[in-house]
Design a protein around this ligand. Structure first.
Ligand SMILES: [Zn+2]
Length: 295
């Protein structure tokens, strides 16, 4: 384990937040790191830097996969997503008191597999977590989580150069951590610039109609999310030249050179209500949802 990772685990341990998201690629192995964090929370005799001792009763149960104070939720092998039922079934656990440790852990592995309804159910627990409970979620695709869920999580991005369990694991698969946070389609600069060209030539309702050509709700929301991020950064960059460590800094500079703030703000104003509508009226169909948005 690297020193940086040890410090990160200690930071999470000391944090007063109740819900965490660890995101990272296959080199960082967020799932394995999350298990280390979970074991540290449950350990009865933590060592320096609050790392688990691997020796106490609690650690022994943890190693034997039989600790009663941790609930692991992951996609079952015969399903493509984590089902709402799995979150509902965890509620007895969530609202009970710890049996052995001082805390209870709900660990959700590859949380990007939570379907939208499961995310909504989870959101209720994230909003009012019981005192002794810690939620730990892992993912390599954080953009797949709804912004409402993300807003409830303290998000730690694992840096494969710094946060590694094993120094020797090979580094061939290095992926830029920012790029890993958003889908591939938003990194195709020419395509995105073309999309912006098309969008700004449209007005009001036409913009949304253009964007909802693709009627897959999950994908539409993902697309609107990254699109709104790019617009936000492009607006911001009009006011500051020093934007450099944000995911879309490079792209935003180019967009800033072709579009003025007024155009960008108008576009943003069209997209934002649709994002909100998609998030709150999920059971409605698209046509109804978009018709319900007033212009
Ligand atoms: Zn221990």
């Amino acid at each position: 384990m690297t020193k940086d990772l040890e410090n990160l685990i200690n930071l999470i341990f000391m944090s007063s937040a109740s819900s965490f998201l660890l995101s990272g690629n296959s080199i960082s192995q967020p799932e394995k790191i999350a298990l280390h964090v979970a074991q540290s929370f449950l350990c009865k005799d933590t060592k320096k830097n609050n790392l688990f001792c691997n020796n106490c009763h609690s650690c022994n149960l943890f190693s034997a996969n039989s600790h009663p104070d941790i609930k692991v939720i992951e996609r079952s092998k015969d399903r493509t997503q984590i089902q709402i039922k799995q979150i509902r079934e965890a509620s007895d656990f969530i609202y009970s008191t710890p049996l052995i440790a001082n805390k209870k852990i709900v660990l959700i592995l590859r949380a990007d597999k939570l379907n939208f309804f499961a995310q909504d159910t989870l959101l209720k627990s994230l909003e009012e977590p019981p005192e002794n409970l810690k939620f730990i979620l892992t993912t390599s695709l954080p953009y797949r989580l709804k912004p409402t869920v993300l807003s409830r999580l303290t998000h730690y991005k694992l840096n494969p150069e710094m946060h590694r369990l094993n120094r020797d694991s090979n580094n061939d698969g290095f992926i830029d951590i920012n790029e890993n946070d958003y889908p591939e389609e938003c990194w195709n600069k020419e395509e995105v610039m073309r999309l912006f060209d098309n969008l700004v030539s449209l007005k009001g309702r036409e913009i949304i109609n253009y964007l909802i050509k693709d009627k897959d709700k999950d994908n539409l929301l993902i697309k609107l999310n990254w699109l709104s991020k790019i617009i936000e950064e492009s607006i911001l960059i009009h006011f500051t030249e020093t934007l450099s460590d944000t995911p879309f800094a490079q792209l935003s500079k180019e967009i800033k050179n072709t579009l003025d703030t007024h155009t960008l703000i108008c576009l943003y104003d069209e997209i934002l209500p649709v994002i909100n509508s998609l998030q709150t009226n999920e059971n409605l169909n698209y046509d109804f949802q978009t018709a319900a948005i007033s212009y």
